[in-house]
Design a binder for this molecule. Structure first.
Ligand code: DSN
Length: 424
């Protein structure tokens, strides 16, 4: 088991909250986390995140703050920015976005006028809410148009359609990057289309930032992308937060800084920025390359089991950290699958599949991935066993005896691979 977080004051002063935190510790330790956007941070990241920086207001940027007492906040934000730039090989970094959604929205407000167009991936084909889903407020301000996959069985994006739409709609931003897509992108093609129509090429790398930083996926900046946004807590294995990177354009970087603060956010979360600095330092460690490579190998291993069992996977499998599987052939929907797997200690999420005939709360798919279990030390062997157990649960989702047996095996596996204090 990982070292439990010392909570002497909380346990003395607020037993209720302390007990809830202990419950969550126990849940994370005993179960297997397969939500592909989650991970386990190191104790060092947690120490920085729980540090005294939470007390400090620091509106502005290093050297240009609105309040005094900034010598240490400046120092830590500078380290975070420098490490981020080194990690992604770019000239500018803004480490202040509180999460991925505000990072994307800050870019829109930095570079677009009301009514301007963004060309992004359709949500059901893997895009994200902040890429222009009608439930989000930014769609009242900007015009979002969409591209899709050409073939959902291979995951190939319809680049010809993307180009035709770009020529017709004249987007100011051509947006790549997805929350539920399992293949790699042709960055060169996307950047060329963007620049042909005078658009900014922007990549939302939230899911795969750790794979890029670890060198197992291509870096969009090397193919002409102008901006990369990401969260810091998924494959990148940092604290919850957002990050905006700019390849080399100082004007764009200045506009983004102004957009994040004062345009959109108030005081930055300096404790999270300190924790981001620590996580970026960990990702620069040579062992992170081995971690990122293993994440991809583990997902591929799980896909071989699903393929062998004839389960339909969107995109025909995976080249990254996640798998999107259609569970309707088991006679169930994604919500039933999610609940049955939860009962055996496997956490993942229901997910819409491309052009899903079912509604989002009862979609046809499940989405799962390997970033967190790889941090625990799982290799292909354990991942294949987990995939076999998942399929058994899906086949016998209402058989209590089967689920009890599998739950015991999952607990034993989790106990054998405790969450590490320092994952390198
Ligand atoms: N909620 C994130 C995910 O799970 O992919 C995206 O915002």
């Amino acid at each position: 088991m990982s070292t439990p977080q010392p909570l002497p004051f909380l346990e003395a002063h607020d037993e209720e909250v302390a007990a809830i935190i202990r419950g969550e510790e126990h849940r994370q330790e005993e179960g297997l986390e397969l939500i592909p956007s989650e991970n386990y941070v190191s104790q060092a990241v947690r120490e920085a995140s729980g540090s005294i920086f939470t007390n400090k207001y620091s509106e502005g940027y290093p050297g240009k703050r609105y309040y005094g007492g900034q010598e240490f906040t400046d120092a830590v934000e500078d380290i975070a920015r420098e490490r981020a730039k080194k990690l992604f090989n770019c000239a500018y970094a803004n480490v202040q976005p509180h999460a991925g959604a505000p990072a994307n929205i800050a870019v829109y407000f930095a570079l677009l006028q009301p009514g301007d167009t963004v060309l992004g991936m359709d949500l059901s084909h893997g895009g994200h809410l902040t890429h222009g889903h009608p439930v989000t407020y930014v769609t009242n301000i900007f015009n979002f148009v969409r591209y899709k996959m050409k073939d959902v069985e291979t995951g190939e994006i319809d680049y010809d359609e993307m180009r035709e739409t770009a020529l017709r709609e004249k987007p100011k931003i051509l947006l790549a990057g997805y929350s539920a897509y399992s293949r790699e992108l042709d960055y060169q093609r996307i950047a060329d289309i963007a620049h042909e129509v005078g658009a900014i090429a922007m990549m939302d790398a939230a899911h795969i930032a750790g794979l890029i930083a670890g060198g197992v996926h291509k870096n969009p900046f090397e193919y002409g992308f102008d901006i990369v946004t990401t969260t810091t807590h998924k494959t990148l294995r940092g604290p919850r937060g957002g990050l905006i990177l700019v390849r080399d354009d100082e004007e764009i970087a200045k506009k983004i800084d102004k957009s994040v603060f004062p345009g959109l956010q108030g005081g930055p979360l300096m404790h999270q920025i300190a924790a981001k600095a620590v996580a970026f330092g960990e990702a620069l460690h040579p062992s992170f390359k081995a971690y990122a490579a293993q994440v991809v190998k583990n997902a591929a291993a799980m896909a071989t089991v699903f393929e062998r069992e004839g389960v339909r996977m969107l995109g025909g499998g995976t080249s990254n950290h996640l798998i999107l599987a259609d569970v309707t052939n088991f006679g169930i929907n994604g919500a039933i699958a999610e609940a049955a797997l939860d009962e055996v200690g496997i956490t993942l999420n229901k997910n819409v599949i491309a052009d899903d005939p079912n509604p989002p709360m009862r979609p046809s798919g499940i989405r799962f991935g390997t970033p967190a279990i790889t941090t625990r030390g799982f290799t292909e062997k354990e991942c294949m066993r987990v995939a076999e157990l998942m399929i058994e649960v899906l086949k016998h989702h209402d058989d209590i005896n089967v689920k009890e047996r599998i739950h015991e095996e999952i607990k034993a596996l989790a106990t054998k691979f405790p969450i590490p204090d320092a994952p390198f």
